[in-house]
Design a protein around this ligand. Structure first.
Ligand SMILES: O=C(O)CCC(=O)C(=O)O
Ligand SMILES: [Fe+2]
Length: 351
């Protein structure tokens, strides 16, 4: 098949976040913040992808995250498998993740906040185990470095989400209850892409849109592998030192009633260089029902989606990543096509 590099004159926008200081001191009407809201709103409409600079995250923490990640992945497989993901615990190590039923050319390690025990039991009868962190022994500072990074990524994501909601004229305070650093379903992933001899016939990660609200991605500076699809073509998203790459996910697409589209992206395999990346996936609480917000629905732009229970949606995705259970759950299954199908709910428990 082959995944030839596109030559593209247009590229993903770069947004300077220095204005978020004003937001923190609640000067949301400052000219800088208003400009930021406009730029981020435009980037979400045009790409759903953007870089951020001046984000305030300590470069030493970023280096430490890449360092401990590298130390983990260079261990022998037998060591990494001591913290392997299990069917009842999706946190930990994997070398056999699937995207759309195809194995990705990568290894990964997932972790999240250290949940209070009671979060794992849900009242609605759905088995949605939040997962338990599995920390490898013997890698100095692994756990504390990653938990600190998780916390900082959660804060940065909250600010970005506020700005995105403001661009839709939604008061961000009305959305805060869906997110809680200790108990929501946000998680962080370390990705390691080994050198691949047959890079043209493999992908690091196959084309997909992220399921949640937004993703903050750290890439190492080794190689350009990430690509985003726009108007039918894939565009390179090269690493830019000191930046993060932000993309919105399916739940933001639904909240915005399709004003924003969660962008399809993929990761190429590389025959010369290995690569590390660290996405943080900002996700709401399990019980959150996501549906188009009133501010994004109008006569000209009628409601496009039924309500989606995030817990059920997420569980469908996790099952799809794990094993071939048929087609993964996707938001188009919740699209409203005409007035008669609003009661339909897809059955995600196919097995
Ligand atoms: O490694 C990357 O650059 C992106 C990875 C990705 O898209 C994902 O893990 O969802
Ligand atoms: Fe992704």
């Amino acid at each position: 098949m082959g995944h030839s590099q596109p030559s593209s004159e247009i590229s993903v926008p770069i947004i300077n976040l220095s204005g978020i200081q004003d937001l923190k001191t609640s000067k949301s009407s400052s000219a800088l913040v208003q400009k930021l809201i406009k730029n981020i709103g435009n980037a979400c409409i045009q790409w759903g992808f953007f870089y951020v600079t001046e984000h305030g995250i300590d470069p030493k923490l970023i280096n430490d995250v890449l360092k401990v990640s590298n130390e983990f992945f260079k261990q022998p497989k037998i060591y990494k498998k001591t913290v392997q993901r299990q069917p009842n615990n999706y946190r930990g190590y994997t070398d056999s993740e699937l995207t759309k039923q195809k194995v990705d050319w990568k290894e990964a390690y997932d972790f999240g906040a250290e949940y209070p025990a009671e979060v794992n039991t849900l009242e609605n009868g759905i088995d949605l185990d939040a997962g338990t962190n599995q920390w490898p022994s013997d890698i100095p500072h692994f756990k504390e470095t990653l938990l600190q990074y998780f916390s900082e990524m959660h804060s940065l994501s909250s600010v970005l989400m506020d700005l995105i909601f403001m661009s839709l004229n939604v008061d961000p305070r009305t959305m805060k209850h869906h997110f809680n650093e200790a108990t929501d379903t946000s998680f962080c992933r370390l990705n390691y892409y080994p050198v691949c001899a047959d890079a043209n016939r493999n992908l690091g990660v196959g084309p997909h849109a992220d399921a949640g609200v937004l993703t903050v991605l750290l890439q190492d500076n080794n190689v350009t592998s990430l690509q985003v699809q726009k108007d039918g073509n894939f565009h390179d998203v090269p690493p830019i030192p000191g930046t993060f790459v932000i993309n919105i996910g399916d739940m933001m697409q639904v909240w915005s009633n399709g004003i924003f589209q969660a962008p399809v992206h993929r990761v190429l395999a590389n025959s010369e260089s290995e690569r590390l990346s660290v996405p943080f996936f900002f996700n709401p609480s399990y019980e959150t029902n996501v549906e188009p917000l009133n501010q994004s629905v109008s006569n000209e732009h009628p409601r496009r989606y039924r309500s989606i229970n995030w817990g059920i949606f997420r569980r469908g995705r996790i099952l799809g990543d794990y094993a071939d259970h048929g087609e993964e759950i996707q938001i188009y299954q919740f699209e409203i096509r005409n007035d008669n199908d609003t009661e339909m709910t897809p059955n995600v428990d196919q097995n």
